[in-house]
Design a protein around this ligand. Structure first.
Ligand code: ADE
Length: 234
Protein backbone atom coordinates (compact mmCIF):
# COMPACT_ATOMS: atom_id res chain seq x y z
CA UNK A 1 0.00 0.00 0.00
CA UNK A 2 1.14 3.51 -0.83
CA UNK A 3 0.21 6.39 1.49
CA UNK A 4 1.04 10.05 1.03
CA UNK A 5 0.34 12.66 3.72
CA UNK A 6 0.04 16.18 2.32
CA UNK A 7 1.04 18.51 5.16
CA UNK A 8 2.75 21.69 6.33
CA UNK A 9 4.44 19.64 9.07
CA UNK A 10 6.04 16.52 7.53
CA UNK A 11 8.19 15.86 10.60
CA UNK A 12 5.06 15.07 12.59
CA UNK A 13 4.97 11.77 10.67
CA UNK A 14 8.43 10.67 11.83
CA UNK A 15 6.81 8.50 14.51
CA UNK A 16 5.66 6.13 11.75
CA UNK A 17 9.22 4.82 11.62
CA UNK A 18 8.64 3.14 15.00
CA UNK A 19 7.04 -0.17 15.95
CA UNK A 20 4.72 -2.14 13.67
CA UNK A 21 4.22 0.52 10.99
CA UNK A 22 7.98 1.23 10.98
CA UNK A 23 8.63 -2.46 10.33
CA UNK A 24 6.08 -2.46 7.49
CA UNK A 25 7.83 0.54 5.92
CA UNK A 26 11.26 -1.08 6.26
CA UNK A 27 10.05 -4.34 4.73
CA UNK A 28 8.42 -2.53 1.79
CA UNK A 29 4.85 -3.62 2.60
CA UNK A 30 4.04 0.04 3.18
CA UNK A 31 5.36 2.90 1.06
CA UNK A 32 4.87 6.12 3.05
CA UNK A 33 5.93 9.69 2.42
CA UNK A 34 4.93 12.99 4.02
CA UNK A 35 4.92 15.68 1.34
CA UNK A 36 5.53 19.31 2.32
CA UNK A 37 2.82 21.60 0.92
CA UNK A 38 5.07 24.64 1.41
CA UNK A 39 7.48 23.41 -1.25
CA UNK A 40 4.68 23.96 -3.82
CA UNK A 41 3.80 27.54 -2.84
CA UNK A 42 4.31 30.08 -5.63
CA UNK A 43 4.35 32.93 -3.10
CA UNK A 44 7.78 34.53 -2.84
CA UNK A 45 7.85 33.86 0.90
CA UNK A 46 6.29 30.40 0.41
CA UNK A 47 3.21 31.57 2.29
CA UNK A 48 0.43 29.00 2.46
CA UNK A 49 -2.31 30.78 4.42
CA UNK A 50 -4.30 34.01 4.38
CA UNK A 51 -7.14 35.77 6.20
CA UNK A 52 -10.67 34.48 5.54
CA UNK A 53 -12.93 36.32 3.08
CA UNK A 54 -15.97 37.55 4.97
CA UNK A 55 -13.93 38.05 8.13
CA UNK A 56 -13.61 35.89 11.19
CA UNK A 57 -10.90 34.50 13.37
CA UNK A 58 -7.75 32.72 12.24
CA UNK A 59 -6.22 31.94 8.89
CA UNK A 60 -7.26 29.73 6.00
CA UNK A 61 -4.87 27.60 3.92
CA UNK A 62 -4.69 28.96 0.38
CA UNK A 63 -5.71 26.67 -2.50
CA UNK A 64 -2.72 27.01 -4.88
CA UNK A 65 0.00 25.19 -2.90
CA UNK A 66 -2.39 22.36 -1.94
CA UNK A 67 -3.75 22.01 -5.48
CA UNK A 68 -0.27 21.87 -7.01
CA UNK A 69 1.02 19.51 -4.32
CA UNK A 70 -1.86 17.03 -4.77
CA UNK A 71 -1.52 17.12 -8.55
CA UNK A 72 2.24 16.58 -8.35
CA UNK A 73 1.78 13.57 -6.05
CA UNK A 74 -1.25 12.14 -7.85
CA UNK A 75 -1.42 13.48 -11.44
CA UNK A 76 -3.69 10.67 -12.67
CA UNK A 77 -5.98 10.45 -9.65
CA UNK A 78 -4.82 6.97 -8.67
CA UNK A 79 -5.15 7.67 -4.95
CA UNK A 80 -8.28 7.87 -2.89
CA UNK A 81 -7.95 11.46 -1.72
CA UNK A 82 -9.03 12.06 1.86
CA UNK A 83 -9.27 15.38 3.71
CA UNK A 84 -8.93 15.04 7.48
CA UNK A 85 -11.69 17.18 8.97
CA UNK A 86 -13.98 17.24 12.01
CA UNK A 87 -16.80 17.69 9.46
CA UNK A 88 -16.03 14.32 7.84
CA UNK A 89 -17.47 10.85 8.14
CA UNK A 90 -16.58 9.34 11.52
CA UNK A 91 -13.72 6.82 11.47
CA UNK A 92 -14.69 3.30 12.56
CA UNK A 93 -13.32 -0.21 12.42
CA UNK A 94 -15.44 -0.76 9.30
CA UNK A 95 -14.12 2.37 7.60
CA UNK A 96 -10.52 1.33 8.38
CA UNK A 97 -11.18 -2.04 6.74
CA UNK A 98 -12.79 -0.37 3.72
CA UNK A 99 -9.90 2.07 3.28
CA UNK A 100 -7.39 -0.78 3.55
CA UNK A 101 -8.78 -2.13 0.27
CA UNK A 102 -7.30 0.88 -1.57
CA UNK A 103 -3.87 0.48 -3.13
CA UNK A 104 -3.09 4.23 -2.76
CA UNK A 105 -4.31 6.67 -0.11
CA UNK A 106 -3.61 10.40 0.00
CA UNK A 107 -4.35 12.21 3.27
CA UNK A 108 -4.63 16.01 3.17
CA UNK A 109 -3.95 17.62 6.55
CA UNK A 110 -5.40 21.07 7.18
CA UNK A 111 -4.26 23.63 9.71
CA UNK A 112 -5.48 26.89 11.20
CA UNK A 113 -9.20 27.31 10.43
CA UNK A 114 -9.00 24.78 7.60
CA UNK A 115 -8.41 24.89 3.86
CA UNK A 116 -10.08 26.93 1.10
CA UNK A 117 -13.30 25.09 0.17
CA UNK A 118 -12.47 25.20 -3.54
CA UNK A 119 -9.50 22.89 -3.17
CA UNK A 120 -11.71 20.40 -1.33
CA UNK A 121 -14.35 20.62 -4.06
CA UNK A 122 -11.73 20.23 -6.80
CA UNK A 123 -9.47 17.54 -5.39
CA UNK A 124 -10.96 15.57 -2.52
CA UNK A 125 -12.93 12.29 -2.67
CA UNK A 126 -13.97 11.98 0.96
CA UNK A 127 -13.61 13.70 4.33
CA UNK A 128 -12.88 11.74 7.50
CA UNK A 129 -13.12 12.77 11.14
CA UNK A 130 -11.56 10.83 14.00
CA UNK A 131 -14.15 12.09 16.49
CA UNK A 132 -16.24 14.97 17.70
CA UNK A 133 -13.49 17.29 18.87
CA UNK A 134 -11.31 19.79 17.05
CA UNK A 135 -7.57 19.20 16.75
CA UNK A 136 -5.12 21.97 15.87
CA UNK A 137 -4.36 20.21 12.59
CA UNK A 138 -5.14 17.10 10.59
CA UNK A 139 -1.76 15.41 11.13
CA UNK A 140 -2.63 13.53 14.32
CA UNK A 141 -5.91 12.46 12.74
CA UNK A 142 -4.05 11.24 9.64
CA UNK A 143 -1.69 9.25 11.87
CA UNK A 144 -4.69 7.59 13.50
CA UNK A 145 -6.09 6.69 10.07
CA UNK A 146 -2.73 5.32 8.89
CA UNK A 147 -2.33 3.14 11.98
CA UNK A 148 -5.94 1.94 11.96
CA UNK A 149 -5.90 1.16 8.22
CA UNK A 150 -2.45 -0.43 7.97
CA UNK A 151 -3.30 -3.06 10.55
CA UNK A 152 -5.65 -4.54 7.93
CA UNK A 153 -3.01 -4.60 5.18
CA UNK A 154 -1.58 -8.07 4.54
CA UNK A 155 1.93 -8.40 5.93
CA UNK A 156 1.75 -5.48 8.38
CA UNK A 157 0.88 -7.56 11.44
CA UNK A 158 2.70 -10.86 11.95
CA UNK A 159 1.14 -13.83 10.19
CA UNK A 160 0.01 -15.33 13.51
CA UNK A 161 -2.06 -12.24 14.38
CA UNK A 162 -5.72 -12.41 13.57
CA UNK A 163 -8.27 -9.59 13.56
CA UNK A 164 -11.00 -11.96 14.64
CA UNK A 165 -10.44 -11.52 18.36
CA UNK A 166 -9.98 -7.75 18.35
CA UNK A 167 -12.42 -5.24 19.72
CA UNK A 168 -15.16 -4.41 17.16
CA UNK A 169 -14.36 -7.38 14.90
CA UNK A 170 -17.54 -9.13 16.07
CA UNK A 171 -19.27 -5.96 17.23
CA UNK A 172 -18.05 -6.45 20.81
CA UNK A 173 -15.22 -5.05 22.91
CA UNK A 174 -12.33 -7.44 23.32
CA UNK A 175 -12.00 -9.66 26.42
CA UNK A 176 -9.20 -8.85 28.96
CA UNK A 177 -5.74 -10.39 28.52
CA UNK A 178 -3.42 -11.98 31.06
CA UNK A 179 0.16 -13.27 30.91
CA UNK A 180 2.79 -14.47 33.38
CA UNK A 181 3.07 -14.45 36.33
CA UNK A 182 -0.06 -16.40 37.37
CA UNK A 183 -0.31 -14.24 40.50
CA UNK A 184 0.61 -10.54 40.68
CA UNK A 185 0.11 -8.28 43.74
CA UNK A 186 -2.19 -10.96 45.14
CA UNK A 187 -4.33 -11.00 41.97
CA UNK A 188 -4.73 -14.36 40.25
CA UNK A 189 -5.21 -15.05 36.55
CA UNK A 190 -8.72 -16.54 36.09
CA UNK A 191 -8.38 -20.31 36.60
CA UNK A 192 -10.15 -21.20 33.35
CA UNK A 193 -7.30 -19.64 31.30
CA UNK A 194 -4.75 -21.96 32.90
CA UNK A 195 -6.42 -25.31 32.27
CA UNK A 196 -5.91 -25.57 28.48
CA UNK A 197 -9.58 -26.35 27.77
CA UNK A 198 -10.12 -24.22 24.67
CA UNK A 199 -13.88 -24.66 24.56
CA UNK A 200 -14.10 -23.37 28.13
CA UNK A 201 -11.63 -20.56 27.37
CA UNK A 202 -13.65 -19.42 24.32
CA UNK A 203 -16.85 -19.47 26.37
CA UNK A 204 -15.23 -17.46 29.18
CA UNK A 205 -13.80 -14.88 26.79
CA UNK A 206 -17.08 -14.45 24.93
CA UNK A 207 -18.91 -13.91 28.24
CA UNK A 208 -16.27 -11.36 29.30
CA UNK A 209 -16.62 -9.54 25.96
CA UNK A 210 -20.39 -9.39 26.27
CA UNK A 211 -20.24 -8.17 29.88
CA UNK A 212 -17.69 -5.47 29.08
CA UNK A 213 -19.64 -4.29 26.02
CA UNK A 214 -22.93 -4.16 27.96
CA UNK A 215 -21.24 -2.14 30.73
CA UNK A 216 -19.17 0.25 28.63
CA UNK A 217 -20.69 0.41 25.15
CA UNK A 218 -24.31 -0.73 25.22
CA UNK A 219 -24.76 1.19 21.95
CA UNK A 220 -22.70 -1.53 20.21
CA UNK A 221 -25.25 -4.17 21.13
CA UNK A 222 -27.99 -2.44 19.12
CA UNK A 223 -28.17 -4.21 15.79
CA UNK A 224 -29.46 -2.59 12.60
CA UNK A 225 -30.50 -4.65 9.55
CA UNK A 226 -28.71 -7.70 10.85
CA UNK A 227 -25.44 -5.79 11.05
CA UNK A 228 -23.68 -4.35 14.07
CA UNK A 229 -23.69 -0.54 14.16
CA UNK A 230 -19.99 -0.59 14.86
CA UNK A 231 -18.99 -1.18 11.28
CA UNK A 232 -20.97 1.80 10.05
CA UNK A 233 -22.45 -0.31 7.30
CA UNK A 234 -19.11 -0.80 5.55
N1 ADE B 1 -8.74 18.08 12.03
C1 ADE B 1 -9.06 18.77 13.12
N2 ADE B 1 -9.87 18.08 13.93
C2 ADE B 1 -10.06 16.87 13.33
C3 ADE B 1 -10.79 15.71 13.65
N3 ADE B 1 -11.52 15.61 14.77
N4 ADE B 1 -10.78 14.68 12.79
C4 ADE B 1 -10.07 14.76 11.65
N5 ADE B 1 -9.36 15.82 11.29
C5 ADE B 1 -9.34 16.88 12.11
Amino acid sequence: MKIRAITLFPKMFDCLNESIIGRAIKSGVLDFEAVDIRAYSKDKHQKCDDTPYGGGAGMVMTPQPIYDCINAVDPNHEYVRVYMSPKGERLSDGLCRTLSENENILLLCGHYEGVDQRVIDLCIDREISIGDYVLSGGELAALVVIDGVCRFVDGVLGSSVSHEDESFSDGLLEYPHYTRPPEFMGMKVPEVLLNGNHKEIDKFRKAQSEKLTAERRPDLLKVTDGESEVDGGH
